[in-house]
Design a protein around this ligand. Structure first.
Ligand SMILES: Nc1ncnc2c1ncn2[C@@H]1O[C@H](COP(=O)(O)OP(=O)(O)OP(=O)(O)O)[C@@H](O)[C@H]1O
Ligand SMILES: CC(=O)N[C@H]1[C@@H]2OC[C@@H](O2)[C@@H](O)[C@@H]1O[C@H](C)C(=O)O
Length: 362
């Protein structure tokens, strides 16, 4: 088995998650420890500004370069902190997702910022990065990439079973009765609710779903939101963080509570309405949305079968994506597929990622 550090900076823009994972690219051995380093408000604001302006930016723009450097140095700090926490074990490879600032697979564009060569120099560990480009270049969605990791962890659990990841955007993996993996993004996760909470409370999220749980869902607006063509497209499909940004304008005339309730209901209804080839007997939830009782209550009301946190499976739902990119880095080193027709719509199973720092590869 190889030992990898996975690094994920998700669409919530809240910080970088780092996790150790041991794997041969097929089976997963020891997992953890893990940690999260939050971003300072200025870094968050800088990333948010980049997200808004990404379509018009060149990768060489000074603003991009400066932000990329700052982001990468924060990732380097996460690696050092994690190595210290783990007692400085040997690490074979880092899986460096970077920060998605643009995702337009139809235009064959997906853009994760992060300076892999700088991270290699900072840490001395080979770095695999740019996980999504090969899939998008081959006609795939470039996301979600986490399904192969879910499938590797699930093993012989009862099927069909679903894993729902609620980050800034939400996605679902279904492992069917034949052991086949299906996946897609489902719709918004926490990003809209975070933006709404920041406007109305100044906090970065609707802490413990307090606003949403106190409000009433506006059913007319919810129906309107769910009429978006995305929800009528078959899977696989993926989203940009900003894909449903207009939802904020649509709820703007509502009170803070009702707006939050409506946005939380939007996340839940999008998940519940996702067409899957089989009906899961259980839905295990991970990502930050699992900490929001308004979302969890909604899922329990609207999904058939068991709804529980992935903690029930013994998984760490906050470290899962970081672990995943450690796992995918090892698969990339071994030339193994990281996406497939049923996960991203790419025409054949495909490897991905580029390595910096291995002999002869810089
Ligand atoms: N106690 C809480 N109450 C409400 N929401 C919470 C709580 N804790 C976390 N969250 C939500 O979780 C979000 C972070 O989720 P997560 O770390 O999974 O995002 P991410 O890594 O950016 O995800 P992705 O890459 O999948 O989009 C926060 O922005 C917030 O919305
Ligand atoms: C383009 C991009 O960064 N997408 C993220 C985002 O956050 C959740 C969802 O949208 C998912 O598609 C993906 O991340 C996870 C880790 C994935 O690729 O599986």
């Amino acid at each position: 088995m190889l030992r990898a550090i996975g690094l994920m900076s998700g669409t919530s823009l809240d910080g970088v998650d780092a996790a150790l994972v041991e794997t041969d690219g097929h089976r997963v051995g020891k997992r953890g420890p893990s940690l999260s380093l939050p971003y300072a408000p200025e870094l968050r604001a800088g990333l948010r500004d980049l997200l808004d302006r990404a379509p018009a930016l060149s990768p060489d723009a000074p603003q991009v370069k400066a932000m990329e450097r700052e982001l990468t140095l924060r990732h380097g700090e996460a690696v050092q902190a994690l190595r210290q926490k783990a007692g400085f074990p040997h690490v074979d490879v880092i899986g460096f997702h970077g920060q998605t600032i643009l995702h337009q697979p139809q235009a064959q564009r997906t853009w994760q910022i992060g300076d892999a060569a700088l991270l290699w120099r900072e840490t001395g560990i080979p770095v695999v990065h740019d996980f999504r480009s090969a899939d998008v270049a081959a006609g795939g969605e470039g996301a979600p990439l986490v399904p192969f990791y879910h499938a590797a962890l699930l093993g012989a659990e009862e099927r069909p079973v679903a894993i729902v990841n609620i980050g800034g955007v939400a996605n679902v993996t279904l492992l069917d009765t034949d052991g086949r993996v299906h996946a897609c993004d489902t719709g918004p996760g926490n990003a809209l609710l975070d933006d709404w909470a920041r406007i109305h409370t100044g906090h970065p999220c609707d802490i413990d779903g307090r606003l949403a749980r106190a409000g009433q869902v506006d059913q007319a607006i919810l129906r309107d939101l769910l009429s978006d063509p995305f929800f009528h497209r078959p899977a696989p499909k993926s989203l940009d963080r900003q894909s449903f940004h207009r939802a904020l304008a649509m709820v703007s005339r509502l009170s803070a509570r009702d707006g939050a309730a409506t946005l939380a209901a939007f996340t839940v209804a999008a998940i519940a309405g996702t067409p899957l080839p089989q009906v899961p007997r259980a839905w295990y939830v991970c990502g930050g949305g699992a900490h929001n009782p308004a979302i969890m209550q909604g899922l329990r009301q609207h999904l058939p079968g068991i709804v529980a946190s992935v903690a029930e499976l013994g998984w760490d739902g906050d470290a899962l994506e970081a672990e995943c990119f450690g796992f995918l880095a090892v698969r990339s080193l071994l030339g193994l597929p990281i996406s497939a027709p049923e996960t991203t719509g790419v025409s054949h199973p495909l490897t991905g990622g580029r390595i910096v720092g291995a002999a002869g590869a810089v």
